[in-house]
Design a protein around this ligand. Structure first.
Ligand SMILES: [Ca+2]
Length: 118
């Protein structure tokens, strides 16, 4: 009884998720283009998908919307940008040179909180 109700809920969730994916399809196609020239860009999911944040200047805290969620990045600037696990540039987690990008951070996934231009 409880089991079948649970399955029904899961099924409705799957249908809803499918509908959301369909609605979001046009935006998802533009994910990589979200990153303006001159910005350091970060995304929630691999391959530049999901939540997005970017800035063209030192960012001591990416804010609650993006904090500890970054999985892919693109440094679309002509400078090196270094990433940090904590706010105000605490605990370095690596840098990307001009034009550098990664579809999925090899380490420190979902930890980025601040970044700074070199
Ligand atoms: Ca963090």
């Amino acid at each position: 009884m409880i089991g079948s109700r649970f399955r029904r809920v899961l099924l409705s969730g799957a249908v809803l998720a499918g509908a959301l994916v369909a609605l979001n399809a046009p935006a998802a196609q533009a994910h990589y283009n979200q990153c303006p020239s001159g910005h350091f860009c970060v995304w929630q999911h691999s391959s530049y998908e999901g939540r997005f944040f970017s800035s063209d200047r030192d960012t001591p805290n990416v804010g609650g919307y993006m904090n500890d969620r970054t999985t892919s990045v693109w440094n679309r600037t002509d400078r090196t940008v270094c990433m940090y696990r904590h706010e105000n540039y605490g605990y370095p987690m690596g840098c990307y040179g001009p034009g550098g990008s990664v579809a999925a951070l090899p380490i420190h996934n979902d930890e980025l909180t601040s970044f700074r231009f070199g």
